[in-house]
Write a protein of this length. Structure first.
Length: 163
């Protein structure tokens, strides 16, 4: 059996086996907890690498070329002078447009790898706009889309009637 005689640390202080085990176990636990927390907390800060299409509104409408979806299933549309981005999802030949505004407090949302995140209170939404985590209780607002041969035309006002 090994002796319990203390050994000297770099600083010249004596340390026995029990102190050594306590300190190394505490250090390992702190590192593990830090890794776990950082991966969980930072996941909400991850933004997806998405293409941003910048445009201006003409009245209540924006136009997004279909060609901008050639290599992407999602397009973030940033409108000059408008407080919120629009997320447009391509599903085969069908398109969905979402107003990226939190339904809880009106905060602009951030695109993440798996949906949208509200930095104000932590609400999370799926890629289709469904609430995944509160405090928001209502899904994201879907905007009306009209498709022609070369463009998507999106109405920014949900009550706008497009003929």
């Amino acid at each position: 059996m090994a002796s319990d005689t203390p050994f000297k640390t770099k600083g010249g202080q004596a340390m026995d086996r029990r102190d050594f085990i306590k300190k190394t176990c505490g250090t390992c636990a702190a590192i593990s907890l830090g890794t776990l927390l950082s991966s969980t907390l930072l996941d909400s800060c991850k933004t997806a690498s998405v293409g941003v299409y910048k445009t201006t509104a003409t009245g209540n409408l924006i136009t997004v070329p279909l060609s901008s979806f050639a290599a992407a299933e999602f397009k973030l549309v940033r409108i000059q002078g408008y407080g919120y981005d629009i997320g447009i999802i391509k599903n085969q030949s069908d398109y969905t447009a979402l107003l990226l505004m939190c339904t809880h407090a009106g905060q602009a949302l951030t695109k993440t790898g798996s949906g949208y995140f509200c930095p104000m209170h932590g609400s999370r939404f799926s890629e289709t706009g469904a609430v995944l985590k509160g405090p928001a209780t209502d899904p994201l607002q879907h905007l009306k889309i009209k498709k022609d041969a070369t463009n998507l035309i999106v109405a920014l006002d949900p009550d706008y009637f497009m003929s």
